[in-house]
Design a protein around this ligand. Structure first.
Ligand SMILES: [Zn+2]
Ligand SMILES: [Zn+2]
Length: 305
Protein backbone atom coordinates (compact mmCIF):
# COMPACT_ATOMS: atom_id res chain seq x y z
CA UNK A 1 0.00 0.00 0.00
CA UNK A 2 1.31 3.44 -0.85
CA UNK A 3 0.45 6.52 1.22
CA UNK A 4 -2.60 8.74 1.36
CA UNK A 5 -4.04 11.29 -1.04
CA UNK A 6 -6.43 13.98 0.17
CA UNK A 7 -8.86 15.93 -1.98
CA UNK A 8 -10.90 18.89 -0.77
CA UNK A 9 -14.50 18.99 -2.00
CA UNK A 10 -15.77 21.61 0.45
CA UNK A 11 -13.71 23.96 2.61
CA UNK A 12 -16.21 26.57 3.83
CA UNK A 13 -17.64 26.74 7.33
CA UNK A 14 -21.12 27.46 8.60
CA UNK A 15 -23.10 27.87 5.35
CA UNK A 16 -22.49 27.42 1.62
CA UNK A 17 -21.19 30.67 0.19
CA UNK A 18 -21.37 30.60 -3.62
CA UNK A 19 -20.53 33.61 -5.76
CA UNK A 20 -17.76 35.50 -7.52
CA UNK A 21 -16.13 36.62 -4.27
CA UNK A 22 -15.43 33.03 -3.16
CA UNK A 23 -14.69 31.33 -6.47
CA UNK A 24 -10.95 30.89 -5.81
CA UNK A 25 -11.28 28.88 -2.58
CA UNK A 26 -14.84 27.70 -3.09
CA UNK A 27 -18.13 28.12 -1.28
CA UNK A 28 -19.13 24.55 -0.49
CA UNK A 29 -19.20 23.40 3.11
CA UNK A 30 -16.91 20.74 4.48
CA UNK A 31 -16.08 17.50 2.72
CA UNK A 32 -12.69 15.85 2.31
CA UNK A 33 -11.92 12.64 0.43
CA UNK A 34 -8.94 10.59 1.54
CA UNK A 35 -7.71 7.59 -0.44
CA UNK A 36 -5.29 4.78 -0.11
CA UNK A 37 -4.70 2.52 -3.11
CA UNK A 38 -8.08 0.84 -2.86
CA UNK A 39 -9.95 2.53 -0.01
CA UNK A 40 -12.09 5.64 -0.11
CA UNK A 41 -12.67 7.64 3.07
CA UNK A 42 -14.95 10.67 3.27
CA UNK A 43 -14.78 13.15 6.11
CA UNK A 44 -18.09 14.95 6.59
CA UNK A 45 -20.85 15.51 4.06
CA UNK A 46 -21.34 19.24 3.77
CA UNK A 47 -22.50 20.62 0.44
CA UNK A 48 -19.10 19.67 -1.04
CA UNK A 49 -20.17 16.01 -1.00
CA UNK A 50 -22.48 16.71 -3.96
CA UNK A 51 -19.50 17.22 -6.30
CA UNK A 52 -17.81 14.15 -4.81
CA UNK A 53 -21.04 12.26 -5.46
CA UNK A 54 -20.93 13.18 -9.17
CA UNK A 55 -17.25 12.26 -9.38
CA UNK A 56 -17.86 8.82 -7.83
CA UNK A 57 -20.82 8.13 -10.13
CA UNK A 58 -18.51 8.79 -13.11
CA UNK A 59 -15.83 6.55 -11.64
CA UNK A 60 -18.21 3.74 -10.68
CA UNK A 61 -20.91 3.79 -13.38
CA UNK A 62 -21.75 0.09 -12.92
CA UNK A 63 -19.22 -1.36 -10.46
CA UNK A 64 -20.25 -1.40 -6.83
CA UNK A 65 -18.75 1.35 -4.69
CA UNK A 66 -17.55 0.90 -1.12
CA UNK A 67 -16.51 3.85 1.00
CA UNK A 68 -16.24 4.87 4.64
CA UNK A 69 -17.67 8.09 6.03
CA UNK A 70 -16.26 9.69 9.16
CA UNK A 71 -18.44 12.39 10.68
CA UNK A 72 -16.73 14.95 12.89
CA UNK A 73 -20.07 16.16 14.26
CA UNK A 74 -23.56 16.85 13.02
CA UNK A 75 -23.77 20.62 12.64
CA UNK A 76 -25.59 21.49 9.42
CA UNK A 77 -22.51 22.52 7.48
CA UNK A 78 -21.09 18.99 7.96
CA UNK A 79 -24.16 16.96 7.01
CA UNK A 80 -26.33 19.05 4.69
CA UNK A 81 -25.04 17.32 1.54
CA UNK A 82 -25.68 13.79 2.86
CA UNK A 83 -29.27 13.47 1.53
CA UNK A 84 -27.89 14.41 -1.92
CA UNK A 85 -25.19 11.74 -1.94
CA UNK A 86 -26.61 9.81 -4.88
CA UNK A 87 -24.49 6.62 -4.59
CA UNK A 88 -26.28 5.90 -1.29
CA UNK A 89 -29.53 5.36 -3.23
CA UNK A 90 -28.01 2.48 -5.28
CA UNK A 91 -28.47 -1.01 -3.81
CA UNK A 92 -25.16 -2.25 -5.21
CA UNK A 93 -23.13 0.14 -3.04
CA UNK A 94 -21.93 -0.21 0.53
CA UNK A 95 -20.95 2.46 3.07
CA UNK A 96 -19.62 2.33 6.59
CA UNK A 97 -20.55 5.45 8.53
CA UNK A 98 -18.55 6.32 11.63
CA UNK A 99 -19.39 9.00 14.15
CA UNK A 100 -19.98 9.76 17.79
CA UNK A 101 -22.49 7.21 19.11
CA UNK A 102 -22.38 8.46 22.70
CA UNK A 103 -25.27 10.89 22.25
CA UNK A 104 -28.85 10.38 23.42
CA UNK A 105 -29.89 9.34 19.91
CA UNK A 106 -28.09 7.06 17.48
CA UNK A 107 -26.05 8.43 14.59
CA UNK A 108 -28.53 6.76 12.23
CA UNK A 109 -31.51 8.48 13.84
CA UNK A 110 -29.80 11.86 13.98
CA UNK A 111 -28.69 11.76 10.34
CA UNK A 112 -32.00 10.22 9.25
CA UNK A 113 -33.86 12.92 11.17
CA UNK A 114 -32.64 15.54 8.70
CA UNK A 115 -34.48 13.65 5.95
CA UNK A 116 -37.65 13.14 7.94
CA UNK A 117 -41.08 14.48 7.14
CA UNK A 118 -41.14 18.23 6.61
CA UNK A 119 -37.40 18.49 5.96
CA UNK A 120 -36.86 16.35 2.87
CA UNK A 121 -39.00 14.54 0.28
CA UNK A 122 -37.68 11.02 0.99
CA UNK A 123 -36.53 9.35 4.19
CA UNK A 124 -33.27 7.57 4.98
CA UNK A 125 -35.02 4.31 4.08
CA UNK A 126 -34.91 5.40 0.42
CA UNK A 127 -31.16 4.94 0.54
CA UNK A 128 -30.92 1.39 -0.81
CA UNK A 129 -27.17 0.98 -0.36
CA UNK A 130 -25.96 -1.02 2.62
CA UNK A 131 -25.35 1.55 5.36
CA UNK A 132 -23.38 0.24 8.34
CA UNK A 133 -23.40 2.75 11.17
CA UNK A 134 -20.42 2.37 13.49
CA UNK A 135 -19.27 3.97 16.72
CA UNK A 136 -15.83 5.52 16.84
CA UNK A 137 -13.45 4.87 19.71
CA UNK A 138 -10.20 6.56 20.62
CA UNK A 139 -8.25 4.18 18.38
CA UNK A 140 -9.38 1.62 15.82
CA UNK A 141 -8.47 0.13 12.46
CA UNK A 142 -10.39 0.44 9.22
CA UNK A 143 -8.80 -1.95 6.75
CA UNK A 144 -5.16 -0.97 6.38
CA UNK A 145 -5.40 2.36 8.20
CA UNK A 146 -5.20 3.18 11.88
CA UNK A 147 -7.68 5.84 13.00
CA UNK A 148 -7.41 7.85 16.20
CA UNK A 149 -9.99 10.32 17.46
CA UNK A 150 -9.84 13.19 19.89
CA UNK A 151 -12.82 15.13 21.32
CA UNK A 152 -12.32 18.76 20.33
CA UNK A 153 -13.62 21.85 22.14
CA UNK A 154 -16.69 22.91 20.15
CA UNK A 155 -20.31 23.56 21.18
CA UNK A 156 -22.04 20.15 21.12
CA UNK A 157 -18.69 18.40 20.64
CA UNK A 158 -16.64 17.53 17.59
CA UNK A 159 -14.24 14.68 16.83
CA UNK A 160 -10.75 15.23 15.51
CA UNK A 161 -9.49 12.40 13.30
CA UNK A 162 -5.93 11.21 12.85
CA UNK A 163 -5.33 8.67 10.09
CA UNK A 164 -2.07 6.77 9.83
CA UNK A 165 -1.27 4.60 6.84
CA UNK A 166 2.05 3.27 5.70
CA UNK A 167 4.02 6.12 7.26
CA UNK A 168 1.63 8.90 6.16
CA UNK A 169 -0.22 10.89 8.80
CA UNK A 170 -3.33 12.95 8.07
CA UNK A 171 -4.97 14.95 10.86
CA UNK A 172 -8.32 16.70 10.59
CA UNK A 173 -9.29 19.14 13.35
CA UNK A 174 -12.20 21.10 11.98
CA UNK A 175 -14.58 23.01 14.25
CA UNK A 176 -12.46 23.55 17.32
CA UNK A 177 -11.61 26.43 19.62
CA UNK A 178 -8.31 25.33 21.07
CA UNK A 179 -8.09 28.36 23.38
CA UNK A 180 -10.87 26.75 25.43
CA UNK A 181 -8.61 23.85 26.42
CA UNK A 182 -5.31 25.71 26.74
CA UNK A 183 -3.76 25.17 30.15
CA UNK A 184 -3.20 28.95 30.41
CA UNK A 185 -6.70 29.88 29.25
CA UNK A 186 -7.08 32.69 31.79
CA UNK A 187 -3.77 34.24 30.74
CA UNK A 188 -4.58 34.23 27.00
CA UNK A 189 -8.02 35.69 27.66
CA UNK A 190 -6.25 38.73 29.09
CA UNK A 191 -3.26 38.70 26.71
CA UNK A 192 -4.20 36.90 23.46
CA UNK A 193 -0.62 37.25 22.20
CA UNK A 194 0.71 35.03 25.02
CA UNK A 195 1.77 31.59 23.71
CA UNK A 196 -0.82 28.92 24.38
CA UNK A 197 0.18 26.02 26.62
CA UNK A 198 -1.35 22.71 25.55
CA UNK A 199 -1.20 19.41 27.38
CA UNK A 200 0.87 16.50 26.09
CA UNK A 201 -2.14 14.36 25.03
CA UNK A 202 -3.44 17.10 22.76
CA UNK A 203 -0.05 17.74 21.18
CA UNK A 204 0.56 14.03 20.71
CA UNK A 205 -2.60 13.83 18.59
CA UNK A 206 -1.24 16.50 16.23
CA UNK A 207 2.43 15.63 16.21
CA UNK A 208 4.12 14.18 13.15
CA UNK A 209 1.33 15.11 10.74
CA UNK A 210 2.31 15.28 7.10
CA UNK A 211 -0.93 17.19 6.53
CA UNK A 212 -2.92 18.95 9.23
CA UNK A 213 -6.30 20.34 8.20
CA UNK A 214 -7.43 22.80 10.83
CA UNK A 215 -10.28 25.14 11.65
CA UNK A 216 -8.89 28.61 10.92
CA UNK A 217 -12.18 30.44 10.68
CA UNK A 218 -11.41 33.69 12.48
CA UNK A 219 -8.82 36.41 12.32
CA UNK A 220 -7.74 37.48 15.80
CA UNK A 221 -9.87 40.60 15.42
CA UNK A 222 -13.04 38.65 14.52
CA UNK A 223 -12.31 36.09 17.25
CA UNK A 224 -12.47 38.75 19.94
CA UNK A 225 -16.20 39.10 19.28
CA UNK A 226 -16.81 35.36 18.81
CA UNK A 227 -15.01 33.71 21.71
CA UNK A 228 -17.05 30.67 22.76
CA UNK A 229 -18.48 30.11 19.27
CA UNK A 230 -16.21 27.10 18.77
CA UNK A 231 -13.68 28.21 16.17
CA UNK A 232 -9.98 29.05 16.22
CA UNK A 233 -8.29 32.40 15.94
CA UNK A 234 -5.22 32.78 13.76
CA UNK A 235 -3.10 33.05 16.92
CA UNK A 236 -4.38 29.67 18.14
CA UNK A 237 -3.54 28.02 14.80
CA UNK A 238 -0.04 29.52 14.66
CA UNK A 239 0.69 28.50 18.25
CA UNK A 240 -0.39 24.93 17.54
CA UNK A 241 1.80 24.78 14.43
CA UNK A 242 4.79 26.11 16.36
CA UNK A 243 4.37 23.31 18.90
CA UNK A 244 3.17 20.38 16.78
CA UNK A 245 5.15 21.13 13.57
CA UNK A 246 2.94 19.64 10.86
CA UNK A 247 4.78 19.50 7.53
CA UNK A 248 1.78 21.01 5.76
CA UNK A 249 -1.07 22.91 7.39
CA UNK A 250 -4.23 23.56 5.37
CA UNK A 251 -6.28 26.40 6.84
CA UNK A 252 -9.87 25.17 6.66
CA UNK A 253 -13.50 25.97 7.48
CA UNK A 254 -13.20 29.45 5.99
CA UNK A 255 -15.60 31.98 7.40
CA UNK A 256 -18.58 32.71 5.09
CA UNK A 257 -17.61 36.40 5.40
CA UNK A 258 -14.06 35.72 4.20
CA UNK A 259 -14.00 36.44 0.47
CA UNK A 260 -11.00 35.22 -1.54
CA UNK A 261 -8.83 38.27 -0.86
CA UNK A 262 -9.48 37.92 2.86
CA UNK A 263 -8.47 34.24 2.79
CA UNK A 264 -5.28 35.26 0.92
CA UNK A 265 -4.53 37.82 3.65
CA UNK A 266 -5.07 35.18 6.35
CA UNK A 267 -2.61 32.85 4.60
CA UNK A 268 0.03 35.60 4.17
CA UNK A 269 -0.25 36.64 7.78
CA UNK A 270 -0.09 33.05 9.03
CA UNK A 271 3.10 32.50 6.99
CA UNK A 272 4.58 35.78 8.25
CA UNK A 273 3.85 34.89 11.87
CA UNK A 274 5.43 31.45 11.46
CA UNK A 275 8.50 33.11 9.95
CA UNK A 276 8.68 35.59 12.84
CA UNK A 277 8.64 32.61 15.22
CA UNK A 278 11.54 31.10 13.18
CA UNK A 279 9.39 28.21 12.01
CA UNK A 280 10.57 27.31 8.52
CA UNK A 281 9.54 23.65 8.40
CA UNK A 282 5.75 24.20 8.31
CA UNK A 283 4.17 24.97 4.94
CA UNK A 284 0.90 26.88 5.47
CA UNK A 285 -1.77 27.45 2.83
CA UNK A 286 -5.53 27.65 2.57
CA UNK A 287 -7.55 24.59 1.65
CA UNK A 288 -9.25 25.13 -1.69
CA UNK A 289 -12.02 23.22 -3.41
CA UNK A 290 -10.51 20.79 -5.91
CA UNK A 291 -7.06 20.83 -4.28
CA UNK A 292 -5.48 17.36 -4.21
CA UNK A 293 -2.47 16.66 -2.02
CA UNK A 294 -0.25 13.68 -1.40
CA UNK A 295 -0.07 13.25 2.36
CA UNK A 296 3.71 13.21 2.56
CA UNK A 297 6.59 15.59 3.13
CA UNK A 298 6.31 18.36 0.52
CA UNK A 299 9.11 18.55 -2.06
CA UNK A 300 11.32 21.60 -1.38
CA UNK A 301 10.56 23.77 -4.45
CA UNK A 302 6.81 23.52 -3.87
CA UNK A 303 5.28 26.68 -2.48
CA UNK A 304 1.52 26.96 -2.16
CA UNK A 305 0.90 30.61 -1.56
ZN1 LIG B 1 -18.64 23.73 10.91
ZN1 LIG C 1 -19.66 22.89 14.21
Amino acid sequence: MSGLTARFWGVRGSIPTPGRATERYGGNTTCIELRTDDRIFVFDAGSGVCDLSRSLINEFPERSLEATFFFTHLHWDHIQGFPFFSPAYEARNKFSIYGDESRDQSLKDLLGGTMYGYYFPVTLAAMQAELAFQATSSEFDVGPVRVKTLPLPHPGGCLGYRVEANGSVFVLATDCELDQVAANRDEIEKSPEAPRVHDAALLEFFEGANLLVIDAQYTDEVYRGKAGWGHNSMAAVVDLCVQARPQMVALFHHDPASHDRKVNEIVYETCDRLKERRVTDVMAFAAREGMTLRVEKPKPPLRVR
